[in-house]
Design a protein around this ligand. Structure first.
Ligand SMILES: Nc1ncnc2c1ncn2[C@@H]1O[C@H](COP(=O)(O)OP(=O)(O)O)[C@@H](O)[C@H]1O
Ligand SMILES: [Mg+2]
Length: 370
């Protein structure tokens, strides 16, 4: 059953169209992320689900019930904000107890419930602390405990980890996922961090310009992006705008050529495609799918000769740019298991498998603009 259904939701702010006809369903118990760049409408959609904002048109259902006109406090939703929004004058216990006191829960039961929630986020020992005596990660855990205390049917998280430093953010990502699994609560996480969305979620919705660009598992959206926007937003990418070279099928399919790229003097980069496509196709090639060999090790490899133009070492990998005879390609290679790093100017051979070229459908605009 769908826990949450968003039906044709649009939201305008004056002339700004923050959301346009968004349709999606989140399943019971699912960890779902809304991923997109800043300003694409993520918070607007989350606030519409929470009831803090009304859609200009469309409907929101929770547990099969149309709740579009229901005020926030009747929606059984727990929400966590980027800035934690703890009550500064209340200690940890009273922050978590807040919603339960509003519900007039009896004292003994309330205490049990608060301690249960603090145990869930591993903060039992911090009940007496004031918010200013907590680290960023601890504050965020209090905010999560507070949201879960009232046993909501849905947990909404708006960029909850983006104020934390990189290492703590990674730890909290695992923790968030493990809390969500233990509680089994339907969760929507809003984030602009693609790694966070991919690593935590059962499914991801990619928002761009107020429109839902793609809905799928992390694997779907990374490996088979629906369009150029998704391909470029999720990770790094080489894009090739290829044009049909001959109308007759070649041995393994139709042949396309990529203007601006040459693998040898006067020899264009060409791509063979099984089945029929249009006169032009946009292909994606992920940087980590490209293999790279130093010149002297090339032997009988059929790689393309290239010259490194940029070398960036990021610890677990190398980020490289390599110039072909004509055109430049971005490569990501695992940390080399030999002492010397390659350097700009080094001659190499690069290669990839035919299946690593993923067609993104027909190219819509002549100059590849979006
Ligand atoms: N209250 C508001 N008044 C006017 N414009 C708004 C308001 N809230 C959001 N917007 C606009 O709507 C768009 C989407 O905003 P938002 O949902 O906050 O994006 P995100 O959370 O993805 O960064 C932006 O262009 C933003 O400026
Ligand atoms: Mg936002």
């Amino acid at each position: 059953m769908s826990a949450i259904q968003i039906q044709h939701v649009s939201r305008h702010f004056g002339d700004t169209i923050a959301l346009e006809d968004v349709q999606l369903e989140v399943k019971e118990g699912e960890f779902f992320s809304l991923l997109g760049p800043s300003g694409c409408g993520k918070s607007t959609l989350l606030n519409i689900i929470a009831g803090f904002l009304q859609p200009t048109s469309g409907f929101v259902y929770i547990g099969g019930e149309n709740i579009t006109d229901l005020p926030p406090y009747h929606r059984h939703i727990g929400m966590v904000f980027q800035d934690y929004a703890l009550f500064p004058h209340l200690n940890v216990f009273d922050n978590v107890a807040y919603g339960l006191k509003v519900q007039k829960m009896p004292r003994k039961k309330l205490k049990e419930r608060v301690m249960e929630c603090l145990a869930l986020v591993r903060l039992e020992a911090f009940a007496e602390r004031m918010p200013h005596q907590l680290s960023g990660g601890q504050k965020q855990r209090v905010a999560i405990a507070r949201a879960l205390a009232v046993q909501p049917s849905v947990l909404l998280l708006d960029e909850p980890l983006s104020n934390l430093d990189a290492k703590l953010r990674k730890d909290m990502q695992f923790e968030l996922r493990s809390i969500q699994k233990r509680v089994g609560i339907t969760t929507i996480l809003v984030t602009h961090d693609q790694e966070e969305a991919l690593s935590l979620s059962d499914r991801v919705g990619i928002l761009g310009d107020g429109k839902l660009q793609q809905l799928g598992t992390p694997l779907d959206v990374y490996r088979t992006p629906a369009n150029r926007f998704v391909a470029e937003f999720i990770g790094q990418v080489n894009l090739f705008e290829a044009y049909s070279a001959d109308m007759q099928p070649a041995s393994s399919g139709y042949r396309y050529e990529v203007p601006g790229f040459e693998v040898d003097e006067g020899v264009p980069l060409s791509i063979e495609v099984s089945g029929e496509h249009g006169p032009s196709v946009l292909f994606m090639l992920r940087p980590e799918r490209i293999s790279i060999l130093p010149e002297e090790q090339n032997g009988q490899s059929n790689g393309m000769p290239a010259t490194l133009t940029e070398v960036g070492y990021i610890g677990n990998a190398l980020r490289l740019k390599a110039a072909l005879i004509k055109g430049e390609i971005t490569i990501q290679a695992p940390d080399p298991q030999f002492p010397r790093l390659p350097k700009p100017g080094d001659k190499v051979y690069i290669d990839w498998e035919q299946e690593d070229l993923v067609p993104l459908g027909l190219k819509e605009e002549p100059n590849g603009g979006r």
